[in-house]
Design a protein around this ligand. Sequence first.
Ligand code: SF4
Length: 490
Amino acid sequence: MCGVFGAVLPASFGTSGTEAGAVAALGLFALQHRGQESAGLAVSDGEQLMLYKDLGLISSVLDERRLPSLRGRLAIAHCRYSTTGSTVWENAQPTLRLGPRRALAVGHNGNLVNTRELLGRLRGGRTRLPASTDTELLTALLADEPAADTVDALLRVLPTVRGAYSLVVLDERRVIGVRDPHGFRPLVLGRLPAPDQADRGRELWPDPAEDGWCLSSETAGLDIVGAEFVRDVEPGEMVILEEGHPPRSVRFAVATPALCVFELIYFARPDSYMEGRNLYEARRLMGMELAREQPADTDLVMPVPDTGAPAAAGYAEASGIPYREGLVRNRYTGRTFIQPSQTMRQRGVTIKLNPLREVVRGRRLTVVDDSIVRGTTTRQIVELLRRAGAAEVHLRISAPPIYHPCFYGIDTQITTELIAASKSIDEIREYTGADSLGYLSIAGVLKALDLPYEQFCFACFDGHYPEPVPYDASRRKFVLEEDASVAIGG
Ligand code: SF4
């Protein structure tokens, strides 16, 4: 999973020439939760592209020492969490290719599923790739394509690409937002009013050529830079942003929507909006459904912070059981789920969470979380609560069990790592040490969202992959191990 942001700002936004880079870096700050391994920024001054990227958090990579040298009115930014590629500098994004046909930089959120096939189309093969990501391969294919310009190259290359991709693409004159035909990963368009308009209040018929335009993985990225949400980039659409012009839409494929439902359940920020739903509210409603489907007779409802909080609030509201916080989170550590190694994950939970003994001691607890992936973190949380004196621990999960791996950009690619793929619900309860365990059903998720199943990808819950993958969902086995091994995403 990754975060992407793009910005095009006309001259009215400032004379220093670094505003687009600063806006893109600021927008990216709101997307830090989507990837914490590396960050990068590419800018164009209308003639040439410049890139800075490094391993680490956005605040340490894109700081005040770097930004002044990244001049231009067009910028894209990216933060990365690797799905299977290693955490090395080369794999950080945006990618940059200064080819004989064109120069371009790409930031990618998602994971391609036909990387091997695409590699066969690259002249010179893998040796031409400085990094081992599918994004690097896609960038090379786009840079090589004998086409009139970047838009034309995208129109020729994208029909050969399968899988999940929400892209921000930068060339000398444009920032282009692209969303795959399923729209697995979100991407939104925002308008940044010209500074003089902001001072005077909005004109009735503003000139869109005077405004700045942004692309962001989530609406929270627009909020932080002061941009207003315009609309989603549609599945199968590219939106072309050019200085001095209103955004242009080009459809490159028929939309077959399958937005990752995990974005709404867990991954995206609660203050973001998707499919017209505020995600805090959607998760609160999921918690209410969970209380109806999986009641528990306890003294307190408490969340696993921070992501379990909205569902726990909903659970408490629907059940009438008091809500209290019983675990304190150290705010300055990463998400356990997206730490790259198992050793780090195991250390992660005790670094991250501390129980409030006064709250939990002697109490029967309903503990609400939004997912169980490997089960190791959940087990440690139950153990922490028991050591702090909890009388009973009843786990309630505001998502269905994850039975199948994700090939579209979330780090659940290996079936053996998914606890629900090999254990029954009662075995998971026993493994975690909880007194009871209950999950929300797919029907419950949909009821909370009040949206149809057909709009989403639920593949990791039910094995119905919207885009064919090298995996036999019915047997929970890879059918083409070697294809899976080259699917390296960001
Ligand atoms: Fe999201 Fe699961 Fe589909 Fe992956 S398989 S895109 S995590 S719903």
